[in-house]
Write a new protein. Structure first.
Lengths: 373, 257
């Protein structure tokens, strides 16, 4: 129905097995050092056709460096990069089937919207008719009809962002790279642009790789998330997998909110906070128990009804914050540690106030025990 | 508030008057019959222009001045811009020290610079003439170009150039399509300053030109024979030349859109 812009790749919807067999982008041992400083440790990464991949990590973890190596703006210190089967490690950006939307967009300030979008096609010496047609298509895709003759300096942040995306997509890249595409926009616009980007990705079925330090953005946009920490990939999976089963303490703290309780595992028995003890197979040593605020429940009364496979901790309400859809309770458990629990039950909110003794409980399957290295 | 406003405007007017009166008088005396620079004006004449244009040294001096100014303008702009672009890629500490090094000649008094250049050309056995003047002018005009363009590059959005490369442009093409149009106003401004400095330099030129003459040197030579209204005419011509350069520059820098 929508646009006829397409990317040089089959549409999404292949099985994981096929993807793994013929990844579109394949990094093997790719790393980058600046002198003694290692920005990206040698890493492997395969990206399949039609994926919308987020590279997520805190500022300075090497995301931009990784993206620029894929785009050809930085030469890797080690490893090889293949795109569509061809080795592109030594090729410059102008000779790779990728296009990039830069942090800050990098629009040409001395050109109009249409001139910006047409620039790449003009360089390819395409016939004027084709240029006009493809530019019009790209502008339609970016919801920029009627802006052709505007100087890009006279556009809002969100519009500039869409010009940058249109300018890259008009080239029909095999892979579209985006560096912090929404970071410069305010919250409301960010939500709207997330929808725009998802719509664009759906309508052309292309392969998008974007980097961000904003976990909500990664969760909201991507079909797969690669989490980076200090130049290394620490986890790789769907947003659901990463949220539900973070592999490390860092990932669980970085993705969504999490309560962290230190503890120990000895002979298959985990002890946390002195009073809590439950069986959990695994190697002996220090562990962290990770519990999402929405996974736990708050109960009042002397002997609340708690499920058979549930765990419970006694405590006292310290703070109540009404957040709209949910209310967040800060509960001091025995030993003084604060646990955060969110709940949407308005009945519960009426019964609770600061100082009330409560029990926090949760089914065993909804926490995670993470072994500390 | 209002009183303050009037005072302020009055003061600004006085300053302006103080600055412009000499120029006005200069122009006035070009057309005055008086052989001495004195009031009252005895009548209108174009004799001083005729006298100047008939002077055997005037046209060669004008020609030399134009050759030097234009060459210095072009060369210092191209080389200075290239140097500024190169330093913009370096790390901050390096770029600052390099810019300081390049700017050093500007801090020398022109007299020292003239002597230094003269002994340098003598030591390498180079004959004095227009080429040596041009090289000498480059020494003190280029730093301004480097400083102006480097200042522009400090706030330059490199993503625009990287985008051009990403869309298929070679380095050179990205430079001409993107970098140059964006920094053009600064480059032209730098060229104008270089040309203005070169056009009106006297000291360094005197040391490095050997036998020839430029407008300032010609003027100096005439002054030594006694003050005569022809001097005013040269001064006005130099002024018009400078204003002309600036006007051309302003037109060229006008930002489209
Ligand atoms: N040209 C460079 N020289 C030295 N260090 C650099 C250079 N570029 C980036 N770095 C360093 O590499 C690390 C990763 O940078 P970057 O990829 O930009 O991080 P991110 O995009 O995740 O915020 C940072 O610590 C940064 O300081
Ligand atoms: Mg970055």
């Amino acid at each position: 129905m929508g646009s006829r812009i397409e990317m040089g790749a089959p549409r999404a919807g292949r099985t994981a097995a096929v993807r793994a067999a013929s990844p579109l982008v394949l990094l093997a041992g790719v790393g980058k050092s600046y002198g003694a400083m290692t920005a990206v440790e040698p890493l492997d990464l395969a990206v399949g056709h039609g994926e919308f991949l987020a590279i997520l990590g805190p500022s300075g973890c090497g995301k931009t460096t990784l993206l620029k190596m894929i785009g050809g703006f930085l030469a890797p210190s080690t490893g090889t990069i293949r795109i569509g089967g061809a080795d592109v490690t030594r090729l410059g950006p102008e000779r790779r089937p990728t296009n990039m939307v830069f942090q800050g967009y990098g629009l040409f300030p001395h050109m109009t919207v249409a001139q910006n979008v047409a620039y790449g096609l003009r360089l390819q010496k395409r016939p004027a008719g084709e240029v006009a047609e493809r530019v019009a298509e790209a502008l339609r895709l970016g919801a920029l009809e009627g802006f052709d003759a505007r100087p890009v300096t006279a556009l809002s942040g969100g519009q500039q962002q869409r010009v940058a995306v249109a300018r890259a997509l008009v080239m029909r890249p095999k892979v579209l790279l985006l560096d912090e595409p929404l970071a410069a926009l305010d919250l409301k616009l960010r939500k709207a642009m997330q929808e725009e980007l998802r719509r664009i990705h759906r309508s052309i079925g292309g392969t998008f790789i974007f980097v961000t330090h904003d976990q909500e953005e990664a969760m909201g946009l991507a079909s797969r998330i690669v989490v980076m920490e200090r130049g290394c990939i620490v986890q790789d999976g769907t947003p659901e997998e990463i949220y539900a089963e973070p592999k490390t303490r860092f990932v669980s703290g970085f993705i969504g909110e999490a309560n962290m309780l230190p503890g120990r595992r000895e002979r298959g028995l985990v002890r946390v906070n002195g009073s809590l003890c439950f069986p959990d197979p695994g190697p002996d040593g220090p562990i962290t128990l990770m519990l999402r605020p929405e996974a736990a429940r708050v109960a009042t009364g002397e002997s609340p009804v708690v499920g058979i496979d549930s765990l419970a901790l006694r405590g006292q309400v310290r703070d109540i914050v009404f957040l709209g859809a949910v209310t967040r309770y800060a509960i001091a458990i025995e030993g003084g540690t604060l646990l955060h629990v969110t709940d949407s039950d308005s009945e519960l909110r009426r019964r609770l106030e600061v100082g009330v003794p409560v029990t926090v409980h949760w089914p065993q399957r909804s926490h995670r025990v993470i072994a500390e290295a | 508030m209002r009183r303050g406003g009037i005072l302020w405007h009055g003061f600004a007017g006085l300053v302006l008057l103080f600055m412009l009166t000499p120029l006005f008088i200069l122009v006035l005396f070009c057309f005055s019959r008086n052989a001495l620079l004195s009031f009252p004006i005895a009548g209108f004449t174009l004799d001083w222009f005729r006298k100047l244009f008939e002077h055997p040294q005037f046209w060669p001096s004008l020609r030399n001045s134009l050759i030097i100014t234009v060459t210095v303008g072009v060369v210092s702009t191209v080389a200075g811009t290239m140097a500024a672009l190169a330093t913009a890629r370096l790390r901050r500490a390096w770029s600052i020290s390099l810019t300081l090094l390049v700017t050093l000649p500007v801090m020398l008094p022109p007299l020292m610079l003239g002597v230094a250049l003269l002994s340098y050309f003598a030591s390498i056995g180079m004959r004095l003439g227009l080429p040596t003047v041009i090289m000498s002018h480059l020494v003190f005009t280029q730093p301004f170009v480097v400083a102006i363009v480097a200042a522009r590059m400090a706030s330059f959005d490199h993503a625009a150039v990287e985008s051009a490369r990403d869309l298929g442009a070679s380095r050179l093409r990205a430079f001409f399509n993107v970098t140059l149009p964006i920094i053009r106003p600064s480059v032209i401004g730098a060229a104008l300053i270089a040309m203005a400095l070169s056009l009106d330099d006297f000291v360094v030129t005197l040391f490095t030109i050997g036998g020839g003459s430029t407008l300032p040197i010609f003027m100096w030579g005439m002054l030594r024979k006694g003050v005569d209204p022809t001097i005013n005419v040269i001064a006005v011509l130099l002024m018009l030349l400078s204003i002309g350069i600036s006007l051309v520059g302003l037109r060229a820098t006008r930002y489209r859109g």
